[in-house]
Design a protein around this ligand. Structure first.
Ligand code: ATR
Length: 264
């Protein structure tokens, strides 16, 4: 029988993880079966336990359960501890990891092809998505990392956990330019864009939205301003590859899968 894995979240119906992992398994000759589980909002832990008891080997965890998953795991990686969130569970050793940050970094190096080392980066948002990538951005050697958030106190609390990061509100951003602006807010899901000062996105900016599967107002504004724009589909594929490696010990090629998802 195939080893069983799944993505667990709520909602989870539109997750592209099953298709991505099926491609990885086919390409590497691994015998796995990867499904999706929609857990009730108030019953994440029982749903995880049910899957484990039925023979499941591991899970990817998505919104809104990454913090609960972090609390559930007996052992946690350094990067999961930094993010206070787990997106990958391996049941054999009750191990929780977070591959979101490395997924973002690898997307920049492999697909976007823009080295982060030495760059000035503005990170928008201070929720779960932002929290998952701060440590990895700093480790990638960015020269400057500013976290801007609508609720300034949340940005300050996040930056305080990471020496090297600073925080402010949108109105304090002023005229300082950044090489890279990463949107980690959920504004795009509601058809809105974070309130950036005029001129922040320009011809020399790379605008990156961690959301995928839709053209967000942030990316549309970036393109209009002549900035280079990228969605978060590459990050999704790269974080999946790192999860696959944690479970199977095999690193799948990501570029063919990303090209297939983009229909190119
Ligand atoms: P996620 O796990 O996706 O990050 P979250 O923890 O609910 O979700 O955080 C959502 C983030 O998007 C927050 O940083 C939120 O700002 P606040 O902390 O001020 O609420 C940000 N956000 C959501 N809608 C936004 C909007 N219209 N403009 C700017 N920021 C927004």
């Amino acid at each position: 029988m195939s080893d069983r894995y799944a993505v667990i979240g709520n909602p989870v119906a539109h997750s592209r993880s099953p298709a991505i992992h099926a491609e990885f398994a086919r390409a590497t000759g691994q015998d796995i079966d990867y499904g999706r589980i929609e857990a009730p909002l108030d019953a994440f832990a029982p749903a995880v336990e049910r899957f484990r008891l039925s023979g499941g080997k591991g899970l990817n965890v998505t919104l809104p359960f990454k913090h609960e998953a972090f609390q559930l795991c007996a052992r946690r990686s350094e990067r999961a501890l930094l993010a206070q969130a787990v997106n990958t569970i391996r049941f054999d050793d009750s191990y929780g990891d977070n591959t979101d940050g490395i997924g973002l970094i690898r997307d920049f190096s492999q697909n976007v092809k823009l080295p982060l080392n030495g760059k000035s980066v503005l990170l928008l948002g201070a929720g779960g998505a932002a929290q998952g990538v701060v440590g990895a951005l700093l480790e990638a050697g960015v020269a400057r990392l500013v976290i801007a958030n609508r609720t300034v106190a949340k940005a300050k609390a996040l930056a305080a956990r990471f020496p090297g990061a600073s925080a402010c509100g949108y109105d304090a951003l002023g005229s300082e330019g950044f090489d890279i602006v990463i949107n980690a807010t959920s504004a795009g899901l509601a058809g809105a864009a974070p309130p950036l000062p005029d001129g922040m996105l320009n011809k020399s900016t790379l605008a990156y939205d961690m959301v995928y599967g839709r053209d967000t107002p942030f990316l549309a504004a970036a393109r209009k301003a002549g900035a280079r724009a990228s969605d978060g589909l590459g990050m999704l594929v790269e974080q999946a590859a790192e999860s696959f490696f944690l479970w199977r010990g095999v690193r799948p090629a990501t570029q063919p899968v990303l090209a297939k998802l983009r229909g190119s």
